[in-house]
Design a protein around this ligand. Structure first.
Ligand code: TRP
Length: 452
């Protein structure tokens, strides 16, 4: 009898153990991209966001048009390709998000919390702007956006709370469905659609009578406009726009299989992200010029100036609906990637199930998002803090962890494994010296002179 019990309990334990491992294996298997196309769509989805469609056109409008654009493209290639490949390699070689990956360096486990918190803060302010965009989308159907005071009527008002909660709920549903079935599938649909819509809008904008002056302002670099501020703004824009902060891209890289490409994907991601920023500028700036308005309006450019442009345009309401729908796609795909970093951290370190982790992250985001959506000053503080300083700090730590502690040669071998193109020694020099040096310079300049 005792023998029977022990055999019984032994097999019971074994049974439970096998069930448990298969369940964990299944979850791990689900945590992988099904294809490189899916990985790319998700990375482009994360990169293309408010940074491209909202910030880029107004910053270009404010900091010298073509001069800003020229510097941006130059930096994007130097810094962007290196940064993306470093963050992906870090995540893939260490098999996890920032907390696990940064652990190669002293105190790394604790330092890795910083990018995770940064992603949460970006997500919080993103959900506020996402709410406005949803409200503008509804308003473009009802015609309310043509009211001069529309932005003031909704922004930082209690009614935006509801839209903030809707925005987070949509994001949560996709993340909850998983990496393959939720994030990858959604992006594979949303990204091509976003490109097509933007191109339609750009064609409309540049063919408006009088639009050529805008095209000229935007595409002709005026060298006298190039000063230190232009460089600084363009640099911080590159990091923000490519989601380089030691968070999102580290996590997304950890979901890519070791025998798949990272090198060519980094070129493709940088190119697509720039293409979207450029096209978004071509949607906004020529149209603004065509109706004799100012492109240097600042953050309100797409929310205040653009609705006026739509109002004066024939069939403007159709373009307004298309424009705000495109913005929803861009914002949603980015919000997903930000939420995923929080979910990943909870699953990895507290061993929570995905559903529970997503649910809790969503609740926290709703709390912080709701708080920011009625506190304008705090909102601005969080935007600057997270999108400039914390992003740069996170990107700096990721590059140091990989190139200095994990080892640049080892990192390059890891990166080139499965790569359609192979990166040479230049990559080690860029990643180990140039990239961190550039980051330290921007960080110091931002701290000393302030940018934003
Ligand atoms: N790249 C996004 C944009 O352009 C913002 C973003 C998403 C981000 N994930 C990030 C910025 C991680 C920094 C770090 O809107």
């Amino acid at each position: 009898m005792p023998q029977f019990t022990s055999i019984f309990s032994w097999s019971l334990i074994r049974h439970i153990y096998t069930v448990r491992t298969t369940r964990e294996e299944m979850e791990r298997e689900e945590q992988r991209w099904a294809s490189t196309a899916g990985f790319l769509a998700a990375c482009v989805g994360s990169a293309v966001g408010l940074g491209n469609i909202w910030m880029f056109p107004y910053r270009a409008g404010k900091y010298g048009g073509g001069a800003f654009l020229a510097i941006y493209i130059f930096l994007l290639f130097i810094v962007g390709v290196t940064g993306l490949t470093m963050e992906w390699t870090l995540g893939r070689s260490r098999g996890g998000g920032p907390i696990k990956s940064f652990a190669v360096m002293p105190f790394g486990k604790y330092l890795g919390v910083l990018p995770t918190v940064t992603m949460f803060l970006i997500l919080s302010f993103y959900s506020v702007v996402f709410a406005w965009i949803l409200r503008f989308f509804v308003g473009s159907i009802s015609g309310e956006i043509f009211r001069e005071s529309f932005l003031n009527d909704i922004a930082f008002q209690p009614q935006s709370l509801i839209f903030c909660i809707i925005a987070i709920s949509i994001t949560t549903l996709i993340v909850m469905a998983g990496v393959k079935r939720g994030i990858e599938r959604a992006n594979l649909v949303m990204m091509p659609l976003l490109f097509v819509l933007l191109i339609i809008l750009a064609i409309k904008s540049v063919t408006l009578p009088g639009a050529y002056r805008g095209v000229e302002f935007y595409l002709m670099p005026d060298l006298s406009e190039m000063n230190a501020t232009t460089w600084l703004m363009a640099l911080s824009q590159v990091f923000f726009s490519l989601s380089l902060a030691g968070g999102t891209m580290v996590v997304y890289g950890s979901y890519q299989s070791k025998n798949r490409d990272l090198t060519l994907s980094s070129v493709a991601t940088s190119l697509s992200d720039t293409a979207v920023a450029i096209i978004a500028g071509l949607v906004v700036i020529p149209a603004v010029f065509a109706f004799g308005m100012e492109p240097g309006e600042g953050p309100e450019l797409i929310f205040v100036t653009l609705p006026k442009v739509f109002a004066s345009m024939r069939f403007g309401w159709i373009f307004a609906i298309l424009f705000f729908f495109t913005l929803i796609l861009a914002t949603l795909s980015t919000a997903i990637s930000l939420l995923e970093v929080c979910v990943n951290a909870l699953c990895e370190h507290l061993k929570w199930r995905r559903k529970k982790a997503t649910f809790l992250s969503a609740l926290l985001t709703m709390a912080s998002g709701s708080f920011l959506s009625v506190n304008e000053n705090f909102f601005e503080f969080i935007v600057d803090l997270s999108s400039i300083y914390l992003v740069i700090l996170g990107a700096l730590m990721a590059s140091i962890a990989l190139m200095w502690f994990y080892g640049s040669k080892r990192a390059r071998d890891e990166l080139n494994r499965g790569g359609r193109i192979k990166f040479g020694r230049w990559w080690e020099v860029m990643g180990k010296y140039v990239y961190p040096a550039v980051l330290i310079v921007i960080l110091l300049a931002a701290a000393l002179f302030g940018i934003g």
